[in-house]
Design a protein around this ligand. Structure first.
Ligand code: C2E
Ligand code: MG
Ligand code: MG
Length: 691
């Protein structure tokens, strides 16, 4: 409970004033009594002395004049306080007695009788003043006079009168003192009230810039100064706190941005999209709705990165993000998962038509070449689409399904989209099983090299393409088109390439013994091999161990594999070229076809893709492309080889257009080493025609 200090102070002051006034009053009364008594004493002494002188003549006459003596005593009636008076002779026999108005025979007389003999002069005895005077000279006293006065009542009366006289003064003094004290206390405490009001204002307004205006040079002034310096400290601390808070908020925002957004493209990142997807899947499951996830990556992005540098790659990613973002409707989400992988989460509409429409729009967004740093680059996109219902609303399953569908798109020739179907899982399982048994199969020698001859214009076998086969214990013969991509993704391709080169090196003497002239055996390399820095040393070591003449070897690499690893490929092929190996660009015409790079790479042969040869008879465009490629190769002084020759017309056409080498089922399918002796050493056009 709040108890004002003013009240307490006033109570103390009132108490102190009353106490001191009472003490002063009491002392005054005591002093007054003292003075009053001594005045009474003097008064009665002189009265007694006067009376003694008056009486002396009447007592000296003989006989004594009693009448006069009584007369004298009766004059005492005028003195109210006199109780009685007596005249004694020199033997203390009472001669005359006077009884005053206050005489009380019960109280006064016995008391005075008990006090005899009295001393000369005035003596105070129990409320009475007894004046005892000798009449006559000291040596011959003739009698004595006794005057007894009541002093109690006069004293009381006198004291009372004194009190009544001083009371107004006392009251005035008391009131003045209290008033002055009140004013003084008020005045003294005023700064304290102001301070209290100030602190309350600060605590209510939370405005720590306020300051107390200290105008007093006392303790309150000091307190005000101290409060002000406390406010300074609080203000400084608040500013520091505010700044720290601001920094923390900014850091928090940066952290959130870094944690949830891709710094390059500004798109949400994997973390963000995964969290979002988890929530969306839960929501879709509850609402019994479907949800579609579109996963895509860029075709040939790695090649661009390697050949044109990461900065160009980054610019492409930024442009991709911007192109895809403009396609989206409100509510759709696009995010970058990392590398060249992106994800699109279309909003509610999950109908097949809507999904296909969006996939087509994404693909068409890539049809325009990317204009970057003066270059016009074509980048494709492979899309995989999966549905939450197929994945049982499981995030990892959904991602894996979309991934599976995307790889199906890549396998189907890129620039396409695939919607996941459950049968893909079976094929996925087969792929997994294949991927998991590669290491074992190398150990168990389950791979076999098949050779397919290449013939020159005269039908002479001038080379063999070594093509791998896998005699799988469970799946039977597996073709490279199935297991090579799996091995590439599973990081097993280098072991296969090593096995292949080693096997070719081992079988080389047998082939040499069969053919007895210069030929080359071509070995296919994967793009992944080219990224492996130890590839050259590995080949060199194998050639050394098996004493293979590098001039008998050719390496085939697809143009996309070459260009996706441009710098490394160039270096590698220059080294193997210097060693004597030939280099052939496989499946030419299907990949980049930007042609300008042809002058920058070290190759010997262009292999026209089978697709053009197949369509030679039916498609004018294929004839045109084939003719142009042959022409181009000639201009660049490159050997030209066509693969997939299945009939005479195709061979005729190629020969007419000056194709150097041909390869195809028309001559022979790929065959194992032990079937090579059964191949004719020369194929005759006419003979073939007549077959
Ligand atoms: P490729 O290097 O373009 O090989 C030519 C493919 O065309 C071979 O298929 C061959 O059997 C086939 N072929 C040749 N002539 C004809 C024809 O007249 N008609 C038809 N329909 N096909 C013909 P294969 O052996 O199935 O190999 C497929 C691909 O697998 C190869 O294409 C090559 O890219 C890859 N490959 C094969 N062996 C290896 C290997 O040891 N290492 C690597 N990295 N890849 C390999
Ligand atoms: Mg090949
Ligand atoms: Mg080929």
């Amino acid at each position: 409970m709040f108890k004002p200090m003013k009240t307490s102070l006033m109570a103390i002051i009132v108490g102190a004033v009353i106490l001191s006034t009472s003490i002063v009053l009491w002392l005054t009364q005591e002093e007054h009594e003292e003075l009053f008594l001594s005045s009474i004493k003097g008064h009665f002494s002189s009265l007694a002395r006067n009376l003694r002188s008056e009486l002396q003549p009447f007592m000296e006459t003989r006989p004594m004049n009693f009448a006069e003596m009584e007369e004298e005593l009766s004059s005492l009636v005028a003195y109210e306080a006199i109780e009685y008076a007596s005249i004694y002779d020199d033997d203390y026999n009472e001669l005359v007695f006077f009884q005053g108005a206050r005489y009380d025979s019960q109280k006064t007389f016995p008391l005075l009788e008990a006090s005899k003999p009295w001393e000369l002069g005035s003596t105070q005895i129990d409320g009475h003043m007894v004046t005892f005077e000798r009449i006559g000279p000291q040596n011959f006293p003739i009698g004595y006079l006794v005057l007894v006065n009541d002093i109690t009542q006069p004293i009381v009366r006198s004291k009372r009168s004194l009190l009544w006289q001083s009371l107004p003064l006392i009251i005035v003094a008391l009131v003045s003192i209290l008033l002055v004290s009140f004013l003084l206390i008020n005045r003294l405490l005023r700064p304290l009230y102001t301070l209290s009001k100030f602190t309350q204002e600060v605590s209510e307004s939370k405005d720590y810039a306020l300051r107390y205006e200290a105008s007093h040079h006392n303790e309150f002034g000091k307190l005000g100064d101290n409060i002000n310096s406390l406010m300074d400290t609080i203000e400084v601390e608040l500013t520091i706190n505010h700044e720290q808070n601001q920094t923390l908020i900014e850091q928090q925002q940066t952290m959130t941005r870094l944690a949830n957004f891709d710094s390059l493209t500004g798109l949400p990142n994997r973390q963000f999209v995964m969290d979002n997807l988890r929530l969306e899947l839960a929501r879709a499951r509850r609402a019994d709705e479907d949800l579609v996830l579109m996963f895509f990556d860029l075709d040939g992005f790695k090649g661009i990165n390697d050949s044109l540098g990461h900065e160009t790659g980054d610019l492409i990613l930024i442009e991709v993000a911007s192109r895809v973002t403009t396609l989206l409707r409100e509510g759709d989400l696009v995010a970058r998962l990392g590398g060249d992988e992106f994800i699109i989460l279309p909003d509610r509409d999950t109908s097949d038509a809507s999904v296909r429409n969006m996939a087509n729009r994404v693909i068409s967004a890539f049809s325009e070449p990317f204009q970057l740093r003066g270059l016009s680059l074509t980048v494709g996109v492979s899309i995989g689409i999966a549905r939450a219902t197929d994945a049982g609303y499981e995030l990892s399953q959904l991602m894996s399904n979309a991934d599976l569908a995307m790889y199906r798109s890549k396998a189907n020739g890129r620039g396409t989209y695939t919607i996941f179907t459950l049968d893909m899982v079976d094929s996925h399982k087969r792929k997994l099983s294949i991927a998991n048994s590669i290491d074992q199969s190398i150990k168990h020698d389950e791979f076999i090299v098949y050779y397919q001859p290449k013939v020159d214009k005269h039908g002479l076998i001038i080379a063999f393409e070594a093509l791998i086969r896998w005699q799988h214990p469970e799946f039977g013969m597996i073709m490279p088109s199935e297991f090579i991509p799996i091995a590439e993704r599973g990081g097993k391709i280098t072991s296969i390439t090593k096995w292949m080169i080693e096997q070719v090196a081992k079988e080389m003497p047998t082939i040499q013994s069969l053919l007895k002239r210069r030929f080359r055996v071509s070995v296919n390399l994967s793009g992944h091999d080219l990224r492996h820095s130890g590839l050259f040393d590995m080949i060199h070591d194998i050639f050394d161990r098996h004493m293979v003449n590098p001039e008998y070897i050719e390496f085939e690499v697809t143009e996309s594999a070459y260009l996706e690893n441009f710098a490394l490929s160039n270096k590698f092929f220059r080294r193997v070229g210097n060693m004597g190996c030939a280099i052939s660009l496989d499946d030419f015409g299907t990949g980049y076809s930007s042609l300008s790079y042809l002058t920058q790479i070290s190759i010997d042969t262009l292999k026209i893709d089978r697709q053009f040869i197949r369509e030679l008879e039916t498609s004018e465009r294929s004839r045109l492309v084939t003719g142009t490629i042959i022409d181009l190769a000639k201009r660049l002084s490159l050997t030209i080889c066509a693969e997939g020759i299945e009939n005479h017309n195709q061979w005729d056409y190629l020969l007419e257009h000056g194709c150097d080498h041909v390869q195809g089922y028309l001559f022979s399918e790929p065959v194992p080493l032990d079937s090579l002796p059964f191949l004719p050493t020369r194929f005759h056009r006419r003979a073939l025609k007549s077959e």
